[in-house]
Design a protein around this ligand. Structure first.
Ligand code: PMP
Length: 341
């Protein structure tokens, strides 16, 4: 039987790529989007959830009924909860009290236990989600703490799967890889594999305005003045994750909330690909990169589209939310105006 699986986890990875035909038309290269929303948990994080959990099983740390702990309200939480159901583990997620009720409902629907912790306390406060997660891990024998920002298995998951898939799908023709960086795992793991195959492949990281990753790459220092709140979720950081291998990144571009939001909606309207907010960010990053770099018709660019737009219906896909941000009042009808300037 083909295309039949033992359980939902068999569907993780081997995601399709689709050529972009409209939104990147001003870039002379061929651009492919790797659609990570085709993972069963609808994001790239399925890859790290199964890899980290199976590594702990191999080491004999996780046994039936054991507990998996992480600090996340985002895609990683959803993927961990999914893997835990199939493998029979408890999933405990510590999230900030800024997390939308909708997201908490998503996590609970997949059986996770969610601890809601105050956002406005320092990271080392015992009430912070970092400290709560650490405490649960320490007090629960046989548990694991995923700690995705500082876990090399996050990088390894992409080195073993995402990188080889991209190489095969482009038949080794890829010249540029571009991805948004949060933990850095997706970009670093894929880049490590691809640069081993062809060191000339250019690796471009996309950082958020308000995050320190681009500045750190350029100066080796953390510039606290660059830190400010921003709306794009899942990318950028105010600390340096060890899962981000800066030496593999040729260049960072920095994108803002507004242009990334427009791009996300433009991609839905023109390519009929409904991605998350960082889907717009990575395309915006590529367009900015294309303005300052010579690309040719021979170039083959792969852009990672990390997740699905269904998680952003009340955010970037809501005209009301867009208006509240001070973006266009009725953005749906105004793309040509926006992109003319
Ligand atoms: N986009 C979204 C929506 C994400 O949730 C993440 C993960 N934090 C990323 C991009 C970045 O992926 P990575 O953590 O592998 O750098």
């Amino acid at each position: 039987m083909t295309n039949v699986y033992e359980n939902i986890l068999g569907l993780i990875g081997n995601t399709p790529m689709v050529k972009l035909n409209t939104v990147t038309k001003d870039i002379p290269a061929t651009v492919y989007a790797k659609l990570e929303s085709y993972n069963p948990g609808h994001s790239t994080k399925d890859r790290i959830a199964i890899h980290i959990i199976e590594a702990a099983e191999e080491k004999g740390i996780l046994k039936p009924g054991s507990t998996v702990v992480e600090t996340t309200s985002g895609n990683t939480g959803f993927s961990l909860a999914m893997v835990c159901i199939i493998k029979g583990y408890q999933c405990i997620l510590a999230v900030s009290d800024k997390t939308k009720a909708e997201k908490i409902a998503y996590l609970k629907a997949l059986g996770a236990t969610v601890y809601i912790c105050p956002a406005n306390v320092p990271a080392d406060d015992p009430r912070s989600y970092y400290e709560v997660a650490k405490r649960i891990h320490e007090e629960t024998p046989g548990s694991i703490y995923i700690n995705q920002y500082f876990n090399e298995l996050n990088v390894d998951a992409h080195y073993r799967t995402t990188g080889p898939e991209i190489w095969e799908q482009t038949q080794g023709k890829i010249t540029h890889l571009i991805a948004c960086t949060g933990t850095g795992g997706t970009l670093s793991g894929s880049a490590k594999y691809l640069k081993e195959k062809n060191p000339d492949i250019k690796v471009i990281g996309v950082d958020a305005s308000g995050s320190i990753l681009k500045g750190f790459h350029e100066t080796g220092e953390i510039n606290k003045d660059e830190i400010h709140p921003y709306q794009i979720e899942g990318m950028g950081k105010n600390l340096i994750p060890s899962a981000l291998h800066f030496e593999l990144v040729d260049e960072f571009v920095r994108v803002n909330d507004e242009m990334s939001a427009y791009r996300t909606r433009e991609i839905a309207l023109k390519e009929a690909i409904m991605g998350g907010y960082t889907t717009g960010a990575v395309v915006q990053g590529l367009i900015q990169y294309g303005i300052s770099h010579e690309l040719s018709t021979e170039d083959v660019v792969v852009a990672i589209f990390p997740d699905h737009g269904s998680r952003y219906i009340t955010k970037v896909y809501s005209d009301q939310w867009m208006a509240e941000q001070g973006f266009l009042n009725n953005c749906v009808h105004n793309y040509e105006e926006v992109f003319k300037t």
